[in-house]
Design a binder for this molecule. Structure first.
Ligand code: ZN
Length: 411
């Protein structure tokens, strides 16, 4: 049996060549593994005529186009063949990244290009109804700014700072999102978009912000890394794990929630427990300690500003926080043996990284760190947006969903 699924996906889309459908061909083109008719024949075992019929449907849907690069040599010999590519401009994705007091939203092309972007104050504690209604308004303005019609929107991706049950898109007992527990985020956000733009309902995917940052960063900068870990240290602490190209969420969406591992201190955490890692080593915790010694700071982003200005006390506290996090990461790294450990968020600067390295290399087994790169973010504040956009596109254009969507388009 020839496997044509993307490596790392479960077996759902690994089929024998004779059964490859339009979705499988699209997947081969999108992944770059077969970009000519000849290569598609070879990869699937389908006849030239069948490949042609299936490609015609994808062309009629506007999902595929001829590549700009000109003809290339065919693996089957003969005349050079036209290359095919995914048409990333036939629809757009709306994405947003909610932080505790601030949000960022954008219109993305299907290949992740930012067409319009907005960031501003949006207080998550005001509750889901108000926050999601406001996001709907932002989306309407962004579509206008990008010159895109509401009907072009194929889906919405939302990053939130809490644990998400990805099957329902609902957050589960989120310490930093009062009033959001179990709320129907996908329904409300889809409705908010319709209210503000008249757009028909679209699929909404919700995921944890660290998961989406990890997904975006791994795809953008470390596509060959089969075990990738990102730790976000801002007002809270969370981690995202990408294994074989897919987000690893665990059984209940709780994987990576390292901020609430007890580290034995007696500080009270926002989750209501004492001694959590986030209570002593997050941006919020550093801000509280700075404020207690008379330095004005209330959040992770205030600490970020102080670190950027070279404030010595902020730097010392960030390094100490890095050591606390590094101690926990020694366990994470020993368990997962990642190739890349990315430190992101408000505290991700030299002092914090120095602290992480001090404890990580001291406590982890040498074998689990021998090939480990500890790095900082490449996409910066846009990582979760890019990850959210990619998640929506991978969901909508997955082989198992393509047939149904093509039929709905009447092709
Ligand atoms: Zn906690």
């Amino acid at each position: 049996m020839r496997m044509i699924g993307r490596p790392g996906r479960n077996g759902m889309n690994s089929r024998s060549g004779s059964q490859a459908g339009a979705g499988d061909l699209l997947e081969l083109v999108r992944s770059g593994r077969a970009v000519t008719r000849g290569a598609l024949q070879q990869a699937t075992g389908l006849s030239r005529a069948t490949v042609g019929q299936r490609l015609d449907r994808l062309f009629r849907a506007g999902w595929l186009r001829e590549g700009a690069g000109g003809p290339v040599d065919s693996p089957l010999g003969g005349r050079p063949s036209i290359t095919l590519e995914f048409d990333g401009d036939h629809a757009v994705v709306l994405v947003a990244d909610l932080d505790t007091r601030h949000a960022r939203a954008a219109v993305l092309s299907l290949t992740g290009e930012i067409l319009a972007e907005h960031s501003g104050t949006l207080v998550i504690g005001e509750g889901p109804d108000l926050v999601l209604a406001e996001l709907g308004r932002w989306f309407g303005e962004l579509l206008e700014k990008a010159g895109q019609r509401p009907a072009e929107v194929c889906g919405i991706g939302l990053a939130v700072p809490g644990p998400v049950d990805s099957a329902t898109g609902r957050v589960v007992q989120p310490p930093m999102m009062p009033g959001w527990d179990g709320y129907d985020i996908t329904g409300r956000l889809s409705r908010a978009l319709t209210e503000h733009t008249g757009a028909p309902p679209v699929p909404v995917l919700v995921d944890n912000d660290a998961n989406l940052m990890a997904y975006g960063e791994q795809r953008a900068g470390h596509p060959d890394c089969a075990a990738f870990v990102l730790v976000k240290v801002s007002t809270g602490i969370g981690a995202g794990v990408v294994v074989d190209g897919s987000i690893y969420r665990g059984i209940d969406g709780g994987a990576g929630d390292i901020g609430h591992i007890r580290v034995g201190a007696d500080a009270l955490c926002r989750c209501g427990s004492y001694g959590c890692l986030a209570a002593v080593a997050s941006g919020g915790a550093v801000a509280r300690r700075l404020a207690a010694s008379g330095v004005p700071a209330a959040s992770g982003s205030d600490v970020r500003d102080l670190l950027a200005a070279g404030h010595p006390e902020a730097a010392a506290l960030a390094r100490e926080a890095g050591r606390r996090v590094g101690d926990v990461l020694a366990t994470v790294v020993t368990l997962l043996n990642p190739g890349v450990l990315m430190i992101a968020g408000d505290l991700a600067g030299t002092p914090f990284l120095t602290g992480v390295r001090e404890l990580l290399y001291q406590r982890a087994l040498p074998r689990s760190t021998a090939h480990l790169d500890v790095v900082t973010s490449r996409l910066g504040e846009r990582a979760a947006l890019i990850g959210a956009g990619a998640l929506v596109v991978e969901h909508l254009y997955a082989p198992e969903r393509v047939e149904e969507r093509l039929r709905a388009l009447g092709v």
